[in-house]
Design a protein around this ligand. Structure first.
Ligand code: SF4
Length: 385
């Protein structure tokens, strides 16, 4: 058995550790690329969500590398994710691939259920070994997020932005390569300090909250790497969701770390008082939270036709008006073009900077247009084919 899994940002680092701990042979799909998307688009229904198409591309590329078992998350609720595993299985079977699909259903609060599902995957693995695998994977996930948050802080402030990104990538590779839990903290600290040591400019930094559908937020290849681009034009991005928060709230029953999920759901009221599937309600609640915390603007992102985000978008205008915070919504699909998306981001950031200047904000000016153009020349964010 050679197992594989779908990509979602840097989640692969933790998943690989789970598989290693369960003594499973595995292949990681190549990073999401233009080819991944082309394969997914070619073989998926046109109206399917973008994440499903990318999953299909991931699985085809992994099976080309020898995978014969797909481990996929299950789900339920009023949106299409609950059908992903079944639809993907049918598409791949129709294409003639011979494989087994294992669907891990989200236990929603019972860790013992998850351990049992994981243990069933591993050969001759005890419950305590499955627990240790899960614990090490969790620690790697947190280490990755420490670096992601440091990158979000340092990138907009750094003079040499490419150097910060380089330290981040080196740090990720180091965390990925660690097999002994004792080495994890040192590697994380080294990369964190290297990013913080890059000299900073005194140009003003705008703060932008990034809200929306979880996959589009966590997998930069689906959103034209907008968080990186915003960082490069001196805007600090804070995401509404980090994978460890989602895992803590939905898989580990909220007992591993302090959760603000209840607060976020309450914050969505009176704008949206009920669950609409996916992260629709969280999108609204997090937008309210960002406004309360004095952020300069909000960007909502999601895959084109994402039902929960469309519902959330319908109340974002009211959130924006009543809480006096500019909001912009961007949807992504296989036709999204980096140049068009970046132009809209730069216009939004320029507008936020002017608005702040007129309001007499401490940050008197945003990135100048010439600065944006200068940065654009240095950006190579197109998906690698
Ligand atoms: S949340 Fe949106 S993108 Fe994700 S499965 Fe549901 S409808 Fe599709």
């Amino acid at each position: 058995m050679i197992a594989t899994f779908p990509h979602m940002g840097n989640m692969y680092i933790a998943i690989k550790e789970v598989f290693r701990g369960l003594k499973l042979e595995m292949v990681s799909p190549p990073p999401v690329s233009k080819r991944t998307l082309e394969l997914g688009v070619k073989y998926s229904p046109e109206f399917a969500c973008l994440p499903l198409k990318i999953n299909v591309g991931n699985f085809i590329e992994a099976m080309e590398k020898g995978a014969d078992t797909i481990v996929m998350g299950g789900g339920w609720g009023p949106c299409r994710f609950g059908y992903f595993a079944q639809v993907e299985r049918e598409i791949l079977k129709d294409l003639g691939y011979n494989f087994t699909m294992v669907v891990l259903e989200a236990p929603d609060s019972r860790l013992s259920d998850l351990l049992r599902q994981l243990r069933a995957l591993g050969e001759n693995v005890s419950l305590s070994q499955a627990y240790r695998a899960l614990k090490f994977a969790w620690d790697k996930l947190k280490a990755v997020e420490v670096l992601e948050k440091t990158l979000e802080f340092c990138l907009p402030r750094a003079i040499d932005k490419a150097l910060v990104e380089k330290h981040f990538e080196v740090g990720l590779r180091a965390i990925d390569g660690i097999h002994d839990p004792k080495d994890l903290e040192d590697a994380t600290l080294r990369a964190d300090q290297a990013m913080r040591a890059v000299p900073r400019s005194d140009e003003p930094v705008l703060k932008i909250g990034l809200v929306g559908e979880i996959y589009t937020i966590l997998e930069p290849a689906t959103n034209c790497h907008i968080a990186r681009h915003l960082g490069r034009i001196n805007a600090e991005v804070t995401r509404s969701v980090y994978l460890s928060d989602w895992v803590n709230d939905h898989i580990l029953g909220g007992w591993v770390k302090k959760s603000n999920h209840k607060y976020i759901l309450e914050a969505s009221s009176p704008f949206l008082n009920y669950a609409v599937g996916g992260h629709g309600r969280e999108t609204v609640g997090c937008s309210v939270d960002f406004a309360r915390r004095g952020y300069d603007g909000i960007i909502q992102i999601g895959p084109l036709t994402c039902m929960p985000e469309i519902v959330a978008q319908s109340v974002m205008g009211r959130v924006s008006r009543e809480l006096r915070i500019p909001c912009m919504t961007l949807y992504f699909d296989e036709h999204s073009g980096t140049a068009g998306v970046y132009t809209r981001l730069e216009a939004f950031v320029d507008m936020l900077a002017r608005r702040k200047r007129l309001a007499g904000g401490a940050a008197a000016s945003g990135p100048s247009p010439s600065r944006s153009v200068e940065n654009k020349a240095a950006i190579k964010l197109n998906m690698k084919g």
